[in-house]
Design a binder for this molecule. Structure first.
Ligand SMILES: [Zn+2]
Length: 284
């Protein structure tokens, strides 16, 4: 099917009590593994390109590849700009054919974050793309262990959503990007307070390293999109190391990347409850 904005699917996920994963990637063996799993699970899937790749000469060709690849898929595929840093970067991604963009204004003052998000939403909706914003700040696991200063303020959520018209919202309840030093502590009471003031899909960044119980509680609490990257990269690195010890050739090494992505992404589709969500329609 044609590549598609994930917003409709995320709305169904929030109402249906499941979540759709975003898998970060930067090369095509990873994409092939993820797509194989998504089709087997019959789950919608989001392929995320990180902000620092949007200026690479190859990104427009990568987007064309994903668009063409999605056409042959039986499940909805979204191409997503993760952590877009500016209005211009988000517009450029949409010009390349990205179906969804995140604008990460989480380090900006509230009013400035709101104003830029509002402008991007207006432009994106004119071309059928979806927008995710971030309120509060999900930092790096290595820097901010135990730091709660970036947690999302539930009192600001309603106004931010109403004034920007944003489609989904990344919130901070205690997760972090990268590799955790220990098991993170998540504030599920804060999640329920945020979920009670908005019915748009909530987004969790920094998913790699949470326990299965934490994932289940987050999804039940309103997280309808969960970003996973570190776990897939670690699984692929381990798989390639193992092949290297066996003196495997280049073809076996890249197949190990695809296989690791297939296995880990299938695990997350099952854990997040999105199996058979493709084409399920609205349950209400
Ligand atoms: Zn993130």
């Amino acid at each position: 099917m044609p590549i598609t904005s994930i917003i409709g699917e995320l709305g169904r996920a929030r109402r249906g009590g499941y979540a759709i994963p975003l898998f970060g990637f930067f090369e095509m063996n990873a994409v092939e593994g993820v797509i194989r799993a998504a089709e087997e699970a019959s789950s919608p899937v989001i392929l995320g390109i990180y902000t620092n790749m949007i200026d690479a000469d190859s990104v427009e060709a990568s987007a064309a590849y994903i668009r063409r690849r999605a056409e042959g898929c039986k499940v909805p595929v979204s191409l997503f700009l993760d952590h877009g840093q500016s209005y211009e970067q988000c517009i450029r991604a949409m010009a390349f054919g990205f179906t969804d963009v995140m604008f990460d204004g989480s380090r900006l003052p509230f009013e400035e974050n709101m104003e830029i998000t509002r402008l991007i939403v207006r432009a994106a909706h004119a071309v059928g793309a979806g927008v995710e914003a971030e309120l509060g700040h999900v930092g790096m696991a290595a820097d901010e262990a135990g730091d709660s200063s970036g947690l999302t303020d539930p009192d600001s959520v309603r106004r931010f959503v109403a004034e920007t018209g944003v489609d989904s919202l990344a919130i901070s309840i205690g997760t972090a990007h990268g590799v955790y030093r220990g098991t993170p502590r998540l504030d599920f009471d804060l999640l329920s307070r945020i979920a009670s003031v908005t019915d748009i899909p909530l987004v969790m960044h920094g998913g790699s390293g949470l326990t299965e119980e934490q994932f289940r509680r987050a999804v039940a609490g309103g997280m309808a999109k969960i970003n996973i990257a570190t776990d897939l990269f670690q699984a692929s690195t381990a798989a390639m190391r193992e092949k290297a010890l066996q003196e495997a050739d280049y073809g076996c090494m890249v197949e190990a990347v695809a296989s690791a992505h297939y296995e880990r992404s299938l695990h997350y589709f099952k854990l997040f409850g999105s199996v058979n969500a493709a084409g399920r329609g609205d349950m209400r």
